[in-house]
Design a protein around this ligand. Sequence first.
Ligand SMILES: Nc1nc2c(ncn2[C@@H]2O[C@H](COP(=O)(O)OP(=O)(O)OP(=O)(O)O)[C@@H](O)[C@H]2O)c(=O)[nH]1
Ligand SMILES: [Mg+2]
Length: 219
Amino acid sequence: MSPAVRPRIVEVRERVLKQNDLLARELRGRFQEAQVRVVSMVSSPGSGKTTLLEKTLTALNSTCRVAALVGDLATENDALRLRRSGVPVRQITTGTVCHLDAAMVSNALAEWSLMDLDVLFIENVGNLVCPSSYDLGEALRVVLLSATEGEDKPLKYPTIFNTADLAVITKVDLAAAAEFDRDTAYRNIQQVRPGMRVLEVSAKTGAGMDAWIAVTHHG
Ligand SMILES: Nc1nc2c(ncn2[C@@H]2O[C@H](COP(=O)(O)OP(=O)(O)OP(=O)(O)O)[C@@H](O)[C@H]2O)c(=O)[nH]1
Ligand SMILES: [Mg+2]
């Protein structure tokens, strides 16, 4: 690569990110004004975002007005799964883009009145790299780490952990079978994001669900 090319790529990327930050700030203002709590979820593919979210939406549906947006490169599969909870769900299909951005969220919300919602969940595209740079205007960004994917993920993908507010260890029912080393996982999370709160859940058995659900609407 010639020295002249490198700065230009950085410049374009910075401009795109700046534009996203401006729109995210605007979205955050709209969410605050409408008093909607927005919780986003990021993780590697298959860590259990949709499974946890379906259980969460079902639990919250009787107590508050809740909805969800879900991003994937292709298919409406996750939206179909989440709609089983009975709450409004919109799929954002990103094509080749490996993350959601603030414009996609804003467009997906165009037909909904924020005033009619208490909690909005956003499931990001399954990816531990791309979503970390894109603020979506959320109040709480949650990073999931499943008990089956390896305790080293926080060290290998520090930015996604560093830009999250809460870590949730998922699939704890499989921890013994996967020989999940809990102490190492906690140590690695704290190394990249000192002080970050960590919860443990199993969407299959329901373990830890009460503490998780409380966090989603109270902070
Ligand atoms: N044993 C067990 N399996 C789980 C749990 N949560 C999710 N799974 C399984 O893990 C697989 C992936 O779960 P999904 O919820 O689709 O994961 P995801 O993060 O939404 O995946 P992408 O949207 O593709 O990134 C499915 O086979 C789920 O049944 C859990 O708590 N325990
Ligand atoms: Mg999913």
